[in-house]
Design a protein. Structure first.
Lengths: 293, 288
């Protein structure tokens, strides 16, 4: 299949592009910036996807499947100038892409986020859970899911929105908890958890997100699907697992300060049955990140 | 209070401005040109306001249409337009409340009737999705500022000035032209509606009570489509009964639960159906 990956130069994007190429697909990566290390066979279109010219450049070669990963990074609860930018990049741009593609793609896969749920009413959170996002980013992702769903339904296009949990793995931004823990362990220093470390987290391996994207496109999946680890753990579990990567006998350190964390855990039954999704065990994903950075 | 009103020239706006003034508020109309000129011009226009009633939005002629161009215009006119307004209000120091006119279309397919505010929001139209994003922005704004912000979810609004398509307005246009109203399908499906003046009353009450969160407006009971057509025939004194035509789309009941509006706003629809139809019919007949 011919894939158009919007936002293929980012953290998740690199894994998606590599996976699709390894499966023998043709891949056009349309992104604001070129990838640091393009893959053999990857076609890159450097394009501002929020402009009509950028979308035209992305759409020029056509696509059997569209994968939309492009998103803002900033996740604020306040409405400022970035709210309109978020809507342009995360909602308006994919809608415009659909309308300018010369022939409709067979499937659209939109990378959404568990942020669309907001504060969980219950755990685990399934796809029927209420959606009350508390960031502008979450509002934009939810709006995109719904508008793309409507647009695709009207044109016979399969449209899957993948609500990814917290994505970790090689290439992750260093400011996040897991890279910080790895960095400390690499320097021989104990990772620090706030409070008792009992925060419940759902960390999904980036390769699993790429797997879900590929399957969603090839199976022409439809609707919203959680993409999580299937095995939530605590922050203390994460810290211990990073310590276990080295034989130094490091133990997590505790810092007595409230974490303010909201426990998260997302069901993946729907992804398992509709995508044949099989998540990677955390210890295995962590070792990959340890080895590859 | 000094209350800014967007969409003041629209159907609902035409009822809200006098209702707010009658309640003792000073109203400030925010014209479309000011909103379209961007956030700085909006910020200047909104200096010193104590409340905002946000009625402006882009309603596609037919919300069931799936044209991608409609999608962009609807997104900009509702979600982005609301984000711009709230961004401009970030510096409004005297602001005490925001009321946003949303739509029952945020719900999508009803899973239970009447539809309560905690019903899932899975809109099936661009309009519903864009309005819902606007609601979420209003909710986030209220939470961040600690201000009472309220999303009123309106069914079809009728009354003089109604230009949008809805069962009741279509029937009234038919009747005004001397044609019997056309019912598609059995006419047994239930619809909800609110008279524009009653909706304006709810806006005034939402400001007065400092209402927060989502609140449905509606008739409380809903009306069968055939019942609406018959009421229009009766009020218009048409000799012929409503015309029966084949169904165009699957029949679907939409009735909103207005318990919250009663409890939180002390609101209920005051205008009787026949009186509302008579007023709209007179307006259409007068060339509206």
């Amino acid at each position: 299949m011919k894939f158009l990956v919007a936002g293929g130069s980012g953290f998740v994007g690199r894994h998606v592009v590599r996976r699709l190429l390894s499966e023998g697909h043709a891949v056009l990566n349309a992104d604001r910036v070129p990838p640091q290390a393009p893959e053999p066979g990857e076609v890159v279109a450097v394009a501002d996807l929020t402009s009509p010219e950028g979308i035209a450049a992305a759409a020029a070669r056509g696509a059997d499947a569209v994968v939309w990963l492009a998103a803002s990074i900033r996740q604020a609860p306040t409405i400022d100038a970035t709210a309109q930018d978020d809507l342009r990049l995360m909602v308006e741009a994919p809608l415009r892409l659909l309308s300018v593609l010369a022939s409709p793609p067979a499937s659209v896969v939109y990378l959404s986020s568990v942020q669309v749920y907001g504060r969980p009413d219950r755990l685990p959170v399934d796809e029927e859970h209420a959606t009350r996002p508390f960031t502008v980013y979450g509002v934009a992702k939810l709006c995109a899911e719904q508008m793309l769903g409507v647009a695709c339904a009207g044109r016979g296009i399969a449209c899957a929105s993948l609500r990814a949990a917290f994505v970790y793995g090689p290439g992750q931004h260093p400011a996040n908890a897991i890279p910080r823990f790895l960095e400390r362990v690499r320097s021989g220093v104990a990772p620090v958890v706030h409070g008792d470390g009992a925060d419940v987290r759902d960390d999904v391996f980036v390769g699993d997100v790429a797997q879900a994207v590929s399957h969603a496109a090839s199976r022409r999946a439809h609707g919203v699907l959680n993409i999580g680890s299937g095995a939530p753990h605590t922050l203390l579990d994460v810290a211990r697992a990073t310590c276990d990567l080295v034989p130094s006998g490091l133990r997590p350190a505790h810092e007595d300060r409230p974490s303010g964390w909201i426990d998260r855990w997302y069901t993946i039954d729907r992804a398992r049955s509709e995508l044949g999704y099989v998540p990677t065990a955390f210890a295995d994903g962590l070792r990959r990140q340890w080895a590859e950075g | 209070m000094k209350v800014a009103v967007t969409g003041a020239s629209g159907h609902l706006g035409g009822f809200c401005v006098p209702a707010l003034q009658a309640a003792g508020h000073e109203t400030l109309v925010v014209p479309r040109e000011v909103r379209q000129a961007g956030v700085p011009s909006l910020r200047t226009a909104l200096a010193g306001v104590e409340a905002v009633v946000h009625l402006a939005g882009h309603i596609p002629e037919d919300t069931a249409r799936l044209d991608p161009d409609d999608a962009e215009a609807t997104l900009r006119g509702n979600a982005a337009g609301t984000a711009a307004l709230l961004e401009a209000l970030a510096t409004a120091r005297h602001l005490r409340a925001v009321v946003y006119a949303s739509s029952f279309e945020v719900y999508g397919l009803p899973l239970a009737l009447p539809i309560r505010e905690d019903h899932p929001t899975r809109p099936l139209s661009f309009y519903g999705a864009a309005k819902l994003a606007g609601e979420h922005f209003v909710r986030l704004f209220g939470a961040a500022r600690g201000l009472p912000c309220c999303n009123l979810r309106l069914p079809a609004v009728y009354g003089p000035g109604a230009r949008l398509r809805s069962a009741i307005s279509n029937f009234i246009r038919d009747a005004a032209a001397g044609r019997p109203p056309e019912i598609h399908g059995s006419g047994e499906d239930r619809r909800d509606l609110v008279y524009a003046k009653d909706a304006a009353d709810a806006v005034v009450r939402a400001l007065a009570t400092g209402a927060r969160g989502e609140i449905n407006l509606g008739s409380g009971t809903g009306y069968r489509v055939a019942e609406l057509a018959e009421a229009v025939c009766r009020v218009a004194r048409l000799a012929a009964p409503p015309a029966r035509l084949p169904s165009r789309k699957p029949a679907r009941d939409y009735v909103l639960d207005i318990t919250r509006a009663k409890q939180e706003l002390g609101w209920e629809p005051r205008t009787r159906l026949d009186a509302g139809i008579a007023a709209q019919l007179a307006w259409v007949r007068a060339g509206g």
